[in-house]
Design a protein around this ligand. Structure first.
Ligand code: UVW
Length: 318
């Protein structure tokens, strides 16, 4: 690692961007690559009718893995059968009882879509929006336009853990676009332009194995920045990167010392939607069993006004 990490403005000064490509008001970026043609082609991948909802459980009794500065969601029971006991209990005609509860949650505290404006550097968000538009809530590039649009397309599962012959990838283990291509070749699946990429590391299995020690020297495995990798994502017109880790990329780049470089190079600059903390275990087992790694994918985050992200339960159908 270098002594002083370079500023993203310098590191990415020659990196490609898609700013302006879909007009000055665009807020969904590379999701524009998914049109009716891609939706219809994806529907043709439904063969067995098996459905895989890939959200992780919110409020898992074993705990919810989150980015270190966040807390897992808390669910509070408001009404239950005890609400209806006693003389002061509310009464509804006919004897209705019901259960109510609420959650307090980071919008990025479980399986989620990031808004394109979720990260930035140099005072500019996706499409060149001023970073001051985030103050008090995202006026630009929030998650709302992604939610209003929805995401449907052909996705390819790349099982990097299986490809590397491991139960799960190690902390700080990295892979490149060339590794993705080699993994796809080994799986016998073609990565095509405008594919949604799903990457399995099974790294979060360690969260339940290690408990609090999971956060010691926290550095998730993932994609690592290079100008070639960024250009490959741009050329492939990838609309959406989905992984089973908290941040989709190696947390801190071991070469440069920069944190979350690809959030900026891919999301801020190319407008690629990021979906994180998905659960790919059942899907991966099924793909390994039948050898079919190209799947129909549909997702819609919640419509949250000014939200910088939103929980989601994407659905994969084979
Ligand atoms: C950050 O960018 C800090 O978090 P996430 O991994 O949720 O995108």
């Amino acid at each position: 690692m270098t002594d002083a990490a370079p500023d993203l403005t310098d590191l990415l000064k020659d990196a490609p961007t898609n700013w302006g490509k879909w007009g000055p008001e665009d807020e969904v970026g590379s999701l524009n690559y998914l049109g009716p043609e891609q939706v219809i082609a994806a529907a043709g991948l439904i063969r067995s009718g098996k459905v895989f909802p890939i959200q992780r459980l919110i409020g898992d009794p074993k705990g919810d893995p989150v980015w270190p500065s966040r807390e897992p969601a808390t669910r509070t029971q408001i009404f239950d059968e005890s609400t209806w006991d006693g003389d002061d209990a509310p009464v509804f005609p006919g004897g209705l009882h019901y259960a109510d509860d609420k959650i307090e949650a980071f919008l990025q505290g479980s399986t989620q879509y990031d808004a394109l404006g979720h990260v930035w550097y140099g005072g500019k968000l996706w499409n060149g929006y001023d970073a001051r538009t985030t103050v008090g809530g995202m006026d630009k590039a929030s998650v709302q336009p992604i939610a209003e649009r929805g995401v449907v397309g052909r996705a390819v599962l790349l099982d990097m853990a299986r490809y590397r012959g491991k139960g799960s990838l190690d902390s700080a283990e990295t892979y490149t676009h060339e590794d993705l291509l080699a993994c796809a070749a080994q799986q016998g699946v073609e990565l095509r332009k405008r594919d949604i990429i799903l990457i399995r590391t099974n790294y979060l299995a360690r969260f339940h194995e290690l408990g609090a020690a999971f956060y010691d020297d926290f550095c998730e495995p993932g994609l690592i920045y290079s100008s070639e990798l960024v250009q490959w994502f741009a050329d492939m017109e990838i609309p959406n990167l989905v992984t089973d880790t908290i941040a989709n990329e190696v947390t801190t780049d071991p070469e440069t010392g920069v944190a979350l470089t690809l959030h900026n190079a891919l999301m801020r600059n190319l407008g690629i939607a990021f979906t994180e903390i998905v659960d790919l275990e059942d899907l991966a087992a099924d793909c390994a069993a039948d050898g079919a790694y190209d799947v129909f994918y549909a997702a819609a985050p919640l419509k949250v006004h000014q939200g910088s992200g939103s929980p989601v339960n994407p659905i994969v159908i084979k």
